[in-house]
Design a protein around this ligand. Structure first.
Ligand code: HPA
Length: 256
């Protein structure tokens, strides 16, 4: 069973035919919400909205450990993380879908390991390649099969938020080699790695980074909402295909 963690713009998975919901208690506290189990074209899948059902949990307050532990507890085979990002690289525009292959972590103060309990062994996981290559490839192939354009290979800068960056910070991220910027990629990716869960990301460009493109006069998310919603429609189709649907799913009567 694949898990999908949805972010801003993907707070529900309307093509998931819901069978049940489960509130999972974890040694690390409460996940962002109940896990929603169901089927996409007859294949099992589970969905978790990263920011909670009312979109009320900001990026730095997400209980990433509880979220990942809960999915691991239900023996998911892999995780597709969907999140909106700002673009840094000039050829990435609002509405573009990106499958990143590297991360630079600028977050701080987040609980970013499972290995810090009393008596827990000091553990240094390998994180050379933070995203699972086979799962990322499945996403890319699914998009290609559907004729959906995807940009493959990008460096994701994980910033602390919840504020957006300054123009100078975006320039610095670019000098560091980052192509896109978001607030939730870490520690989600490393916690999945610590649990041995294949983890891949679909990043949807919502806006140009601060000081870039039309956002040189400030970023207003509301004006980009329709772009994000349209792009998330394409992301849903890609997810269907990755989960295993060969043809388009019939419309579902239920949504989560
Ligand atoms: N910066 C950080 N995170 C984001 C952005 C951004 O510009 N857009 C969407 N998530």
């Amino acid at each position: 069973m694949l898990a999908i963690i949805g972010g801003s713009g993907l707070t529900t998975l309307s093509n998931l035919d819901v069978s049940h919901r489960e509130v999972v208690r974890t040694p690390f506290g409460e996940p962002s919400g109940a896990l929603v189990f169901g089927q996409i074209c007859g294949r099992p899948a589970v969905f978790l909205p990263r920011h909670g059902y009312g979109h009320s949990i900001p990026p730095h307050m997400v209980n990433y450990r509880a979220n990942l532990w809960a999915l691991h507890h239900h023996q998911v085979r892999g995780i597709i993380s969907v999140a909106s990002v700002g673009s840094i690289r000039a050829d990435l525009n609002p509405g573009d879908i990106v499958v990143p292959d590297q991360i630079i972590d600028y977050t701080w103060g987040r609980k970013s390991t499972f290995f810090d309990g009393v008596g827990s062994p000091v553990t240094h996981v390998d994180f050379t390649d933070p995203y699972d290559a086979p799962l990322s490839q499945r996403i890319v192939e699914a998009a290609a099969a559907l004729g959906i354009e995807i940009k493959q290979g990008a460096v994701y800068a994980a910033t602390q938020g919840p504020r957006l960056e300054t123009a100078a910070e975006i320039n610095r991220l670019e000098r560091d080699g980052a192509d896109i910027v978001g607030m939730t990629g870490m520690p989600e990716a490393v916690l999945a790695r610590e649990l041995g869960l294949p983890y891949a990301a679909i990043s949807v460009v919502a806006n140009h980074g601060a000081g870039r493109g039309s956002s040189s006069h400030g970023i207003r998310f509301e004006s980009l909402e329709h772009v994000l919603q349209e792009a998330m429609g394409r992301v849903r189709s890609i997810i269907e295909r990755v989960v295993g649907c060969e043809a388009a799913c019939p419309p579902m009567g239920m949504s989560v």
